[in-house]
Write a protein of this length. Sequence first.
Length: 165
Amino acid sequence: MANSNFSRVIWKISLPIIFVEAAETLDHLIDTLFLARVGVTELGAIGVADALMLLFLIAPLCMVDGVQILTARRIGQRRPEAAGAAFNQGFLLVLLLSVLATVALKLFSPVVAYWLVGSETVGDALDSYLQLDAYSIPLAAVTFTCSALLTSLGKTRALIPATII
């Protein structure tokens, strides 16, 4: 009987997370399909840009994992004040790392864009895209940090409307 309840709780927490991850994958697929209709240059640029953006998101997202672990631990210890403090400090560190990643991408994308691709037109498109997309790093980091808090609290159901919006 207890095993059945545990399984239900796991599914209750996991299904919204599965939905969020599937929606993110679907979003990338839709982007690719639309850009395939725009042109080969743009499609090639977005393929490289997605990988490069993930590279610049590594540090903030690793910090988000740490925030989630520490917050969940404090909640498990029934120390909500300590959970709030861990989240607040972690949130500020994630924000700082994401701003640094944004500045780094803005500075290095002109060099990296032409170094990674052989075509000058794809390099131009890649750099143009990265110069704009760099500003999304702090937004993505904040979103992932808030999602980590909700996951730590076991309130993953709130991720569904946030994902739909």
